[in-house]
Write a protein that binds this ligand. Sequence first.
Ligand code: G3I
Length: 493
Amino acid sequence: MSTTPRTTGRRRAAALLTAGVAAALTLTLSAPAVAAGSTLHAAASEKGRYFGTAIAAGRMNDATYMGIVDREFGMITAENEMKMDATEPNRGQFSYTNGDRIVNDALGKGKKVRGHTLAWHAQQPGWMQSMSGSALRQALLNHVTQVATHYKGKIYAWDVVNEAFADDGRGSRRDSNLQRTGNDWIEAAFRAARAADPGAKLCYNDYGTDSINPKSTAVYDMVRDFKARGVPIDCVGFQSHFGTTIPSDYRANLQRFADLGVDVQITELDIEQGSNQANAYRQVVEACLAVSRCTGITVWGVRDTDSWRTGKNPLLFDGNGNKKAAYTSTLNALNAGSSNGGGNNGGSTSIDTSAWYVLVNRNSGKALDVYNLSTADGADIVQWSRNDGNQQQWQFVASGNGGYRLKSRLSNKVLDVSNFSTANGGEVVQWPDLNGTNQQWNVTISGGYATLQNRNSGKVLEVQGASTADGANVVQYDGWNGANQQWQLVRVG
Ligand code: G3I
């Protein structure tokens, strides 16, 4: 923290100048706007992803529920209606009424469908629960063939096999009647599904595999083996039923699967309500957007009252169908940064002067921050762990000459090189907006990172000494393209 005293004489001069160039300022730059979707699926689509939900046939007559489904989601999963007990309640007698209702409604509205699920140890019909051995294997493969054939051409991706690994901390297969038919039951199911519906992507889906752990590594080893031996598998679903936090290696785990040559999808997302819920949803979206083969996100239900996790309020809409803070953070995270094909780090590649951005330092991962929530003239600008508070949100105000001021959402004051300093290490503070050249920055965005060059001094905004600590000083310095001089522009509002 600097305690350098600030003086104001040069700024007063800048204020007088401002009046003189007012006419020129009316021709403000209209920077290309970052496309922003106004619904979850629209926003996801701009990033080349889908955003979906699980729905229940029994709720389809609820107008509030279906209003949200129709408006917000582009991918539909049947929460229970396409499981084994629902589709083959008696051996050889198939029942598709509720599944068809969901699938046909979705397709009729231009949405896509994830099929859930062809083979699972749970929710088996009674007749199957009591079977074993080769008879069960045959019944399983017949089930896969019949159901996948019925829905042929209508399914974007099938969860062919669900939850086949145990929670024993050793990555074992889960014991079940299906597993006891032989270790190859999973690949047999995938082969039958491919033969029945060659157009559907075929996924393995599980929970507790969201971080790098023995269970996810066992799934990883299976997928790698399948790819090596030509067993048809196209995708891995990560259910992502979370408590109040997201695993720190979530993105890395998604990426290692993607690197095997499969798509990854977040298939049953819900996150327990708490002070971190909105932030955690944002983190999930950011993780998916950071992995190019993460093709979409599905939440496991619409309103909190529709969730299987009674009392946890883990979804994006409250019981009345109102958008929660988690909804807003999810939508903002989907809208942040570039459209697909732009910067690959999620950072914006152009400036929208109506937006609010958090500036995340490339070196430290911390955000540009008005120290101690100050609204005072001369308050110091530092980096701090990202929390998206108003003291970390900045708007670009065009100066009419190619430069921008950065206005704090907290104080309404702008970034300012104190005293018009031209020295390396010159202090950066907040100050009332006078549109002085010491308050103007030329912004260059490259590879998803922005460099901000002060128009008075020619030096760039950096974290002093490449510090990674909270509270580290933000100053100006000669530009040398250091990571501590690069800032990711993350749109948050
Ligand atoms: O509809 C009947 C109702 O008529 C009956 O009175 C009542 C008695 O218990 O049961 C109702 O059915 C329940 C059904 O949900 C519909 O609400 C079942 O008992 C109940 O077992 C079933 O739970 C589902 C669960 O899978 C079954 O394992 C949840 O809705 C569903 O959200 C949940 O979804 C699973 C995924 O398929 C796989 N991953 C985990 C996820 C959460 O458990």
